[in-house]
Design a protein around this ligand. Structure first.
Ligand SMILES: C[S@@+](CC[C@H](N)C(=O)[O-])C[C@H]1O[C@@H](n2cnc3c(N)ncnc32)[C@H](O)[C@@H]1O
Length: 209
């Protein structure tokens, strides 16, 4: 049987606050789960402005039913959220409610310039799970900073190999245990870089597949 859990309501509230929503904005959620967060977004923005993608068909069906019963006609797409949902792009906000170590470039492409992508970050920078908040520039480059603590189950397809987590922790120790606020991430069509203090000081780089 498919399982999915809702995230802690206070964490959801914090994430929604970090989205800095305004009336009329369109949001793409990755990881529908129970549909609880999608319902909150629909309450704030109107169901027609929320699209949510869930990879597990059974979980998606259940969430669709729950959302319908509570009166929120959110579009729930069954599919891999790493592809985003191009048919309804562009979005003002993309929120992932499963952790990632790599930002799929589809999310950047499908976000308006000036838009925000919020994603719980796997432990590749700092030993604790952190929430990364990216802003998409007019040049199609997204730049992210870490804003708070957040632990989530990983996106399917983005489970962290233990050696990657260990290497990240070692790197962090060797750098003198910098505070998470000192790190940044830059995402371009070609790949992503994680840097300390400034984009010139790259600590990890990864090319797009
Ligand atoms: C912590 S739950 C999300 C909680 C949800 N936002 C809520 O309000 O209940 C994470 C969800 O992400 C889904 N998921 C994992 N990988 C995914 C992917 N690649 N694309 C879409 N959904 C994914 C999981 O099946 C799970 O339902």
């Amino acid at each position: 049987m498919a399982t999915s859990s809702s995230s802690a309501p206070e964490l959801m509230a914090e994430m929604i606050e970090a989205l800095e929503l305004e009336p009329g904005m369109r949001v793409l959620e990755i990881g529908t789960g129970t549909g609880y967060n999608a319902a909150l977004l629909a309450y704030l923005l109107g169901s027609e402005n929320v699209v949510s993608v869930e990879i597990d068909a059974e979980v998606a069906d259940r969430a669709r039913g729950a959302l319908q019963r509570t009166g929120y006609r959110v579009k729930v797409i069954t599919g891999d959220g790493e592809q985003g949902y191009a048919a309804d792009a562009p979005y003002d906000r993309v929120i992932a409610t499963a952790a990632a170590h790599t930002v799929p470039y589809a999310w950047v492409e499908q976000t308006r310039p000036g838009g925000v992508i919020l994603v719980p970050w796997a432990e590749t920078v700092h030993p604790d799970g952190r929430l990364a908040r990216f802003v998409v520039g007019p040049d199609g480059i997204a730049e992210g900073r870490f804003i708070s603590q957040a632990f989530f189950m990983p996106l399917q397809g983005q489970r962290l190999q233990p050696h990657v987590g260990f290497a990240a922790e070692e790197r962090w120790e060797q750098a003198g245990r910098p505070d998470f606020t000192r790190y940044g991430i830059t995402v371009t069509e070609r790949g992503q870089t994680i840097w300390l203090d400034s984009p010139e000081h790259v600590v990890a780089a990864q090319e797009s597949p």
